[in-house]
Design a protein around this ligand. Structure first.
Ligand code: ARG
Length: 587
């Protein structure tokens, strides 16, 4: 079998390291730092020689020459052209036969995921979405759902066993106020739809909050309601359950639209009988201490958390968000045997997670429990076009449902304006896929740690890096195959691919970078790398398609070019799949 690396970047990295250490006697800590380079220089560049030479007091250019010579003399050198550049950098340009072999070897999504088995046997919990019940999901809940889902898909692609857990906020102090106010108003809500009921509950909550702020006795009654609920009073528990049921029914509509699924929906309430163990063990291990009547954890070596406590039991004896999260780590480890937990929330929770991770680490190590790797994947805020948080006219955050229906509506208007012969059903399906895709993609495209301004026009545009543009690129490739009368998934590995024209070569080069991009996205759990790549790929494909005749009379050329179309389709589809963006065969 001809050797064909899946990820050239990784492969070159390992190869250069080996050769440099064994043939040129560089020390074990040599890191080649292979990175994709600007196309005019080649495909990859080795940047690590320079740094290594500087550190060892050698002239970088000389070391570069020495390493290059050794590389040229070793196995594998026929896969790429190499040249020395600048002060000791080495450029790699993959040889055309190697690109052709790559394209012939990695043809389907299945080939990719088989080759990308980086995480087999690894169990990763992804904790995302997690809205609080008794309120509708609003724009502030968009990013966790969208980014979390993409990350879960990415981990799954790499072979991990992913457990998607929606850790609902269903056990907060909001229930004391809600129960009190509901009792006082004696509302009949049984006949309302989940959305109407939630709307009504939001108003009840607002009035309840007002009451507790102005009246000490209302505050007392709310507290008493919460205690009654926590003590399992059947009537309160029934109302609480009903509130959670209608809340979830309304969330579910959004998850269905966004095509987001969970394996578990264990809200905070699930852990209510598990928090005792947390406080017990942390106290007995000497990690938690009493402070002003509360049970808290300080981290003496931390510049801030040596003073800012992590409160795990409040003065009134109640557990809180921190206690639940500690119990959750233990449950996920003991019951699901997870190796890693990824939390996808807003950047404002960074302190919480840092304290959680520090506390869990000390607790697990004191008890001899195996600690999963804990990662906080945080994100910035979605702003309006004016740079401020997006709100409705009355100052409320925009509901997700409103956002999605408006996107679908706008997508539908665009489709109608193009004049179509679609059936009503088809048109509806397309508007949904495009509208929902536009919102999700508009979010994923942003580096997650930045804030971004939400713009309807930008994300729904058929030009630029948008879901509609990419969905259109995909549909266009399907159309090529319809015209050729061939199934796009049929020209698998059997056809020879010949890269002759410069546009074909450029496309081939871009295609083989896909695995590098996936690894880059995985390393830092940042899906936007995939967006940038597939957008560029679509552009390069377009240049190829506009300048070369795909449906050539010559059978060999036709099949080779169609195979290039098929590879582009596979990668665009795979990328969009990982991002959770729907694709269409016709648009
Ligand atoms: N319910 C929380 C909120 O709305 C998010 C929960 C995130 N997950 C967790 N395990 N803490 O802010």
């Amino acid at each position: 079998m001809r050797m064909c690396p899946f990820d050239f970047q990784r492969f070159i990295d390992g190869w250069v390291r080996n050769v440099a250490i064994s043939a040129c006697h560089l020390s074990e800590d040599f890191d080649p730092q292979i990175l994709p380079s600007e196309p005019r220089f080649g495909d990859f560049q080795c940047n690590g020689i320079f740094a290594h030479a500087k550190r060892s007091g050698i002239v970088p250019r000389q070391l570069g020459e020495q390493v290059l010579k050794a590389l040229q003399a070793s196995d594998g050198a026929h896969l790429w052209d190499m040249s020395l550049a600048g002060a000791g950098f080495i450029n790699f340009k993959i040889a055309i036969p190697a690109i052709e072999t790559w394209l012939e070897t990695y043809a389907t999504e299945e080939d990719f995921s088989k080759a990308a088995g980086d995480l087999p046997g690894k169990t990763v919990v992804v904790d995302y979405s997690c809205p609080n019940t008794a309120k509708q999901m609003h724009v502030g809940h968009l990013r966790s759902m969208v980014i979390g889902d993409a990350i879960a898909n990415l981990l799954e692609f790499f072979g991990a066993r992913v457990i998607r857990d929606n850790h609902l906020g269903d056990w907060g102090t909001q229930f004391g106020i809600l129960l009190m106010q509901l009792r006082e108003e004696k509302l009949q809500m049984e006949n309302l739809s989940p959305d109407e009921a939630l709307e009504c509950l939001e108003n009840v909550y607002r009035r309840g909050t007002q009451a507790t702020q102005t009246s000490e006795s209302a505050m007392e009654r709310a507290r008493a309601e919460l205690v009654a609920l926590q003590n399992g009073d059947p009537e309160r528990v029934a109302t609480w359950k009903w509130i959670n049921t209608v809340s979830y029914a309304s969330f579910q509509e959004i998850y269905d639209l966004a095509r987001v699924k969970f394996d578990h929906v264990l809200g905070e309430s699930f852990y209510r009988d598990k928090v005792g163990r947390v406080c017990d063990e942390l106290s007995k291990c000497g990690i938690a201490e009493e402070s002003e009547g509360a049970l808290v954890v300080f981290h003496r070596d931390h510049p801030r958390f040596c003073q800012q406590p992590f409160i795990i039991r409040k003065r009134d004896g109640a557990s809180n968000y921190a206690t639940t999260d500690l119990a959750t780590v233990l449950h996920r480890r003991e019951e699901w045997h997870c190796d890693e937990i990824v939390y996808v929330t807003d950047g404002r929770q960074r302190d919480h997670f840092e304290q959680l991770f520090l506390t869990a680490k000390r607790w697990f190590s004191a008890k001899g429990y195996a600690l999963p790797v804990l990662k906080h994947v945080w994100f910035g805020t979605v702003c309006g076009e004016d740079g401020k948080a997006i709100k409705t006219r009355s100052g409320e955050p925009i509901r997700l449902k409103t956002l999605f229906s408006e996107a679908i509506q706008r997508a539908d208007e665009i489709i109608a304006s193009k004049g179509t012969d679609l059936t009503a059903d088809e048109r509806m399906r397309i508007s949904r896929t495009v509208g929902v895709g536009a919102i999700k993609y508009g979010d994923l495209l942003q580096n997650r740690t930045s804030d971004y301004a939400f713009s309807w026009d930008k994300m729904l545009s058929l030009e630029g890096n948008t879901a509609p543009y990419l969905q259109y690129a995909v549909a266009r490739i399907y159309a090529i195959f319809r015209r050729a009368g061939i199934d796009p998934d049929a020209p698998g590995k059997s056809h020879k691919i010949h890269l002759l024209e410069p546009q074909e070569i450029a496309l081939g080069r871009k295609l083989l970078l896909y695995p590098c991009v996936l690894h880059q996205a995985l390393a830092d759990l940042r899906p936007h790398f995939i967006c940038t790549y597939i957008y560029e790929l679509a552009g390069i494909f377009s240049t190829f398609y506009n300048s070369t005749k795909v449906l050539d009379e010559d059978q060999q050329t036709l099949l080779s070019r169609l195979s290039l179309c098929a590879r582009t389709l596979t990668i665009l589809r795979s990328g969009l799949n990982i991002l959770g963006i729907g694709v269409l065969e016709k648009m």
